[in-house]
Design a protein around this ligand. Sequence first.
Ligand code: ZN
Length: 160
Amino acid sequence: MQVETNQIVTFHYDVTTAEGVEVDSSRGRAPMSALLGHGNLIRGVEDALIGRQAGDHFTLDLAPEAAYGPVQEGLRQRVSKKYFRDPRRLRAGAQALLESRDGPRWVTVLKVGQSVVDVDLNHPLAGQTLHFVIDITAVRAATPEELEHGHAHGEGGHSH
Ligand code: ZN
């Protein structure tokens, strides 16, 4: 079965930066399952999966534009500490989870003040060229329920 939009692809992946720093890996845990064509994966990975099949192993280098986008100016903001789950653990240079209007979002802490925090809202991987190693372990049709929800169910997907 060839990978197409609206199918569930299950795969193992390693992601490293252009400098070889490991960002994420599924090895040693369950592979990831994703419904294609519903914005569940970054565009460059989704495009590279199309037309492949179970058992395929491939590598991929994605420029920022095909991954998490370029670093955008003007995304520095001063926010109240109350929007962080654990304000006492905020440290300049570290990532922190900000409770934004659109849901929780990872930001980079620039400066911690008494009651406010300066943060950079760019995705931590913005501006990075990323190297992927991907092994497709399974491909299957999505169920009507998965298509309705817009994501994969079962192992490596959503359980609810
Ligand atoms: Zn669901």
